[in-house]
Design a protein around this ligand. Sequence first.
Ligand code: IVH
Length: 679
Amino acid sequence: MNDQNTDQIKKEARRLQKELTGHSYQYHVLDDPVISDVEYDMMLKRLIEIEEEFPQFSTPDSPTKRVGAPPLTGFQQAIHSIPMLSLDNAFNDQDVLDFYKRSVKNLNREDILYAAEPKLDGVAVELKYENGTLVQATTRGDGVTGEVITQNVRTIRSVPLKLHEVKMRAPSLLEVRGEIIIKRTDFDRLNKIRLEHGENVFANPRNAAAGSLRQLDSKITASRPLDIFVYGTGFVQGISFQSQSLMLDTLKDFGFPVNSHIKSGLTIDGVLKFYKELEALRDSLSYEIDGMVIKVDDIFLQQQLGEKIKSPRWAIAYKFPAMQKTTTIKDIIVQVGRTGTLTPVAILEGVNIGGAMVSRATLHNEDEIKRKDIRIGDKALVMRAGDVIPKVVKIIESERKGDEVPFEMPVHCPVCKSKIEKVKLDKSIINKCVNASCQAQLKERIKHFVSKKAFDIDGLGKKIVVQLVDEGMLKSFADVFFLEKEKLACLDRMAQKSATNLTRSIEKSKNISLRRFVYALGIDHTGENAAKLISERFSTLKDIMETSEEVLEEINGIGPETASAVCKFFSNFENKTILEDIIYSGVIITNDQPVIAESHDNPFNNKRIVLTGTLQSMPRSEAKKQLEKLGASVTSSISSKTDFLIAGENAGSKLEKAQTLGVEIMDENWFAALLKKLV
Ligand code: IVH
């Protein structure tokens, strides 16, 4: 090959390296991809080919380095230039006020302002950049010495291999500190795959992140969904920072992901107020946090306060209540679900976890109990996370006394006594009561049918449903609409007034959207989202009843299991009769999509809208879909014809352009609030 050709290839390699780096940042840090995954993969494939044939064109910061390097035989150790300290903990407001008082005394001033950040529950790392290039990554270790995990950290897409020098030149040396995390959904997916491969599951995202970083083979690390948020610096040369908040702004400019729920310029009272806000947000975040880190914002004041041996005097961690606690499993019972699935449930010695009393935890299925070797009488670690049902993480084996009783799955349904069948679902076996008229299933189906997101019948709570099924007044969904006031009033715990109210709310519920109606039916594999997708594709219930599996499967987001379950449901004779009865009772099903678009409160109808930046409440693709449903057209570039710009975090050039053109700008909170009202 002649020099000219080699020169061409070198140019191509450099172009691909630059473009892929840019696309990776758009995708992993800004959450705003500009090319498709397939296009990215094709470009990467070409670059790998070139670098394999011409290794001289490969660079340490080439995106090809993200796929992993040859395995190591062990980790080297490295001493941190500045020790990585830990933080003192605060557990209540008074602890934080005491921290403030100590700072006031030491600094001899009261006007101290703070920066407050989520305390990320992951693994601390230090990244060292020399003249803008990542040269070393280390774990915190004992704070003085850490392990060198450079190859592994290079595989994390949101870690810049080279600093962005858009706003300023990279300093000669920059040590950046941050937390490596795994997002909750990525963690669930990772564990699901591990379970399918017969591998041990990780107890929580932090363990999964730590385990993934400790791999000698970085190809394994590359296959794990690791992410990072940076929160500080170590040793630096050629740059200095005046405050924690300005430091984070600079790190953001250099291309690092910085958490978006950070506030600065707070008084100590402001800090305490923000703690409450962050605590309220905790469950809705896509990653786990275990508290708030409070830092004196001014770096000069930080230096004046200095450090103790293990922790700084200028920062403190205000912890959230733990979401995991140990308690005793008093019993294991079996619940029959809406579709007949038997779910073992642990009855616990009541325990307060993060402010809520927990006395039951799901054990999922028989396999799970066997895998975790859970027995009645065991001491167990129980976890609560957000709205989801608490679960048993693991049992504490060291607390075993020997009299714990292994659980046996019943062979007959605990309610209708019919024989239980073992059915394969995905990769696991579930126990099922296949008797369609099992009272337990009927109760669950009706509870679901009348629940908030379905028919939303006020006054028809779970207890009344059980009572009505036991009394023989509800034998199917349809019976709900034939309940008579007089008969209801005769029931135990039901007075004339509540019977009247109940029949009124039943009457009111009879106008229902197609989306809610499909969801209410409780068809297997057909949750809220599937019901929504199906009702967007068809105009009427009749259309859905007459469709085929093939047509259903063509809907983006509907898989073969849902398609088959829907067709099976509607072809069942009994179900058809029930549906006829429901319609006969006066239920009116409307497909409400166009109605929303034309509503007076809808400012999006017939408007041109551009989305930019990272939205916290939903992915941009979802926002686009919702807006389109509301009659908007969502475009990618701003012009004078644009009606609104919806701007999330890190809204860069588009925001500036919108301001220049005088396009109306809507921030995410406003947008999310409007959507909630409209959809
Ligand atoms: S600042 C000297 N900020 O908490 C100050 N740490 O117990 C050191 N952590 O090892 C840390 N989120 O892994 C800081 N926003 C945040 C943090 C954070 C999580 C971790 C970090 C550190 C531990 C200290």
